[in-house]
Design a protein around this ligand. Structure first.
Ligand code: GDG
Length: 752
């Protein structure tokens, strides 16, 4: 197996020094996590993982020779495949759309969000460039794992070009609620979601983000899901939760690390007499550094007994230097630190030790190990790995973690002191509680959290994601194997041509025509009628149209000689050239009991309506709000089950419709009317929903049965959509183009 990891940045930054390339490790949660997974795979004796990491190398190079040089070195030394982007593109893409549109909006900073059409175009362009670059190196068995918000369009683009390769997508930042996501222009919303849904598997850090995503997919793209499984027009996509873990041993086991030891010694020499509060983040307004500092300021005002006993180690790691809000945030931090130190500090005590820099790994671990409290208060954070790393690094299990409930990590680290970062009071009291927490209590809590982090580490995270990606691919293959392929189509045509009597059973809505907003709009077009007429003209063919619709509409739309029609799912039958007949006298008194209830739901759900037929009633909600109506439909189903317990009716939920009808009849019983004649040596049945399953179930083994849509079925084969059905029917028969089917002469042409 070869894995192509795709992210905006490669796990290193290339620097050019006197014509030579130097490689410098990149910071960031995603890079740390994935690097750990790859390292673990290198040392694993069971699986040999080949991989290529694709992304921007952090440098702009124009010279073609230099590009080639860098490509060769990156590939041979780092399994990396650089994608070169010009400074101008990088500015509009990374500093523009990524960090001025998606980042602020997805972190609930709508007032920082810029909506710029040019940057959006550039975002699309860069996603396409990534797709092109991947196409240059992808092999048939490769798995592709696309990471993060910079590349949300890429999964869709890749699957279009290379549908056989499994493509996974993981979002490292929060997926926002619908109300926030809908602030993007409609076109962007749709394209971004379609891009992600293009993947086979979409992963998120928390259950909430997954649910928000699924909700947006339902409301914006109209795809429902079943336990996270979304069935789109032609494929299955799964959305699920994979909370990213850390490389636990790397942070927990550093006894032999000299660098860590050296840093700890340095720490002990200078800070041994103080209680230490650690704050470490990339410079980012989402990390809540300002709120943290303000709370610390009030804490010092309120609890003077802690003066000269406490130091806040504030580490801010430079990032996204070009973006305006980051510079502003940095300025605010600098000023606030100055003010607090000025206000409370003295010659022998500085309340905040502030460093604006990237720390070497040894120093980072030493800080984790020596800090009594980790104060992590992001306003929004996809996960937050620093909080997990802090807990893991506490080998003696002491230490207190104060963690924002807005960080994804708070879902797994419930034993920490969880605070709301917008509430200064909560942070202040959390600091007091942390400083006073007994050692045994600290150990008890951290022990639980460590066990959890040990279990679900970054390797497990990546394994779970990749295993699920492969299994979605397998499920898709099982469906693909049932797709009506060219070979079966040919066999079918041969059987059709040599047959003396052919029975063709066709559903209508969703099978011959797409679903329309309201039932009366789905009128058959001339093309469909021409195809049907071509079949009807040949006396060897028996055409039966089986629908849930009422008899009047069907009779009006299909006023064609020799056609057989079944209405209301099998209750009413019109044999060719005869009148409608009802199989058995039925009672329709129950309708008066049900109608008031349905009317109540019409009032409750704007856009829904009732269709009353002879022996059934349907409540349609295709035009209604997708979320509200889907919830109300479940509610209605429950109520109907109780209300109809002693009535001889059945309740069915179809495609955006709840239907109540007399029992004892279905498309299967109707189909039997013809099948039992035993005169057909070719049978074909096509339908798109569960009411057609009744028919598929009773067909003889030799019959051809086709379910429209990607779903499990009793049918032997699947087709993607009605377009493919029409094409199949057209291919099987010579279609005569008849412009005016109402023309009586045409009826006369048909042999009786
Ligand atoms: C994004 C999401 C999500 C930080 N400073 C130094 C340093 N680091 C390392 C930490 C940690 C990583 O960088 C930071 O990870 P976070 O998760 O805290 O935050 P983001 O970079 O914003 O990451 C985030 C993450 O992706 C993963 O999906 O959790 O929500 O925003 O590993 O150790 N490492 C060193 N020196 C530093 O100064 N050596």
């Amino acid at each position: 197996m070869r894995m192509l990891i795709v992210s905006n940045r490669l796990p290193f930054t290339v620097i050019e020094k006197e014509g030579m390339f130097e490689f410098k490790e990149s910071v960031g949660g995603m890079v740390s996590g994935l690097s750990a997974y790859i390292d673990s795979m290198k040392t694993s004796s069971f699986i040999e993982l080949k991989y290529i990491w694709i992304g921007w190398p952090g440098i702009t190079i124009e010279d073609i020779k230099q590009k080639e040089q860098l490509k060769l070195k990156a590939l041979s030394d780092f399994h990396a495949y650089p994608i070169f982007l010009s400074e101008e593109i990088m500015d509009k893409f990374y500093h523009g759309f990524c960090n001025k549109t998606i980042w602020p909006l997805f972190h609930y900073f709508p007032f920082y969000t810029v909506y710029d059409e040019d940057s959006w175009k550039c975002y699309k362009h860069v996603n396409e460039m990534f797709c092109e670059a991947i196409m240059e190196i992808i092999k048939p068995d490769d798995i592709v794992w696309v990471h993060d918000y910079h590349l949300m369009l890429l999964p869709g683009l890749l699957k279009k070009r290379s549908p056989e390769n499994p493509v996974g997508f993981f979002l490292h930042i929060p997926f926002p609620s619908f109300e926030i996501f809908r602030m993007l222009p409609k076109k962007w919303q749709k394209e971004l979601l379609e891009g992600i849904v293009g993947a086979d598997l979409a992963g998120f850090h928390t259950h909430e983000y997954t649910q928000y995503f699924l909700r947006c997919v339902l409301r914006i793209l109209g795809h429902e899901h079943n336990m996270g499984k979304i069935i789109t027009k032609n494929k299955i996509v799964r959305a699920d939760t994979y909370p990213m873990g850390i490389d636990f041993p790397k942070f927990n086991n550093h006894t032999n690390n000299m660098q860590v030891q050296k840093e700890e010694d340095k720490f002990d020499r200078t800070l041994a007499n103080y209680r230490i509060i650690l704050s470490i983040d990339r410079l980012d307004y989402t990390k809540g550094i300002i709120n943290r500092l303000r709370s610390y300021e009030i804490f010092l005002e309120r609890y003077k007994q802690w003066h000269k006993k406490l130091i806040l180690l504030l580490i801010v790691v430079p990032s996204r230097i070009g973006v305006e809000h980051y510079q502003q945030n940095k300025k605010e931090i600098d000023e606030l630190v100055g003010r607090i130190n000025g206000k409370f500090g003295s010659i022998d005590w500085t309340p905040i030790s502030y460093q604006y820099k990237f720390l070497p790994f040894g120093s980072l671990i030493a800080l984790y190990k020596r800090s009594d409290i980790a104060l992590i208060t992001p306003l929004r954070d996809g996960m937050n790995l620093v909080s997990k790393e802090y807990i893991a690094a506490r080998t003696d299990k002491t230490g207190v973690l104060i963690l924002s409930e807005m960080a994804g990590a708070s879902k797994e680290l419930g034993e920490a002191i969880i605070i709301n970062p917008n509430n200064t009071e909560e942070i202040i009291e959390a600091l007091k509680e942390a400083l006073e927490m007994p050692r045994e209590e600290q150990i008890r809590k951290n022990h639980i959290m460590q066990e959890r982090l040990k279990c679900y580490d970054v390797v497990k995270w990546a394994h779970d994601f990749l295993n699920d990606l492969i299994s979605v691919g397998e499920e898709q293959k099982r469906f693909d194997a049932k797709l009506l392929n060219r070979k079966v189509k040919e066999e079918m045509k041969v059987d059709f041509n040599k047959a003396r009597r052919r029975l063709i059973l066709l559903d209508y809505d969703g099978t011959l025509v797409p679903f329309a907003p309201s039932p009366e709009m789905a009128v058959p077009n001339q093309d469909i009628l021409n195809i049907l007429i071509s079949y009807l003209k040949d006396m060897r063919n028996e055409i039966v149209l089986l629908s849930g619709r009422d008899k009047d509409t069907l009779g009006r739309w299909f006023e064609l000689p020799n056609i057989n029609i079944v209405a209301e799912h099998g209750i009413l039958i019109k044999e060719k050239n005869c009148d409608w007949s009802i199989a058995k006298q039925l009672n329709d008194q129950w309708k008066t009991r049900i109608l008031p209830l349905l009317r109540l739901y019409v009032d409750r759900v704007p856009g829904s309506f009732i269709e009353e037929k002879g022996f059934s009633i349907a409540w349609h909600y295709r035009k209604a709000d997708p979320e509200q109506s889907s919830q109300q439909a479940k509610d209605l189903m429950d109520t109907l089950v109780n209300l109809t317990a002693n009535i001889d009716v059945q309740i069915m939920q179809g495609n955006k419709v709840v239907e109540i009808r007399n029992t004892g009849f279905n498309k299967g019983t109707a189909g039997m009317h013809w099948i039992s004649k035993n005169e057909y040596d070719f049978i074909l049945a096509i339908g798109d929903d569960f009411t057609d399953e009744d028919l598929f179930r009773i067909l003889p083994d030799t019959a051809y049965s086709i379910r429209v849509g990607i779903t499990q079925s009793y049918a032997r084969f699947n087709l993607h959509n009605y377009v493919e059905v029409i094409e199949l029917l057209r291919q099987m028969v010579e279609v005569n183009v008849i412009s005016d089917i109402i023309n009586k002469e045409i009826y006369n042409e048909i042999p009786s």
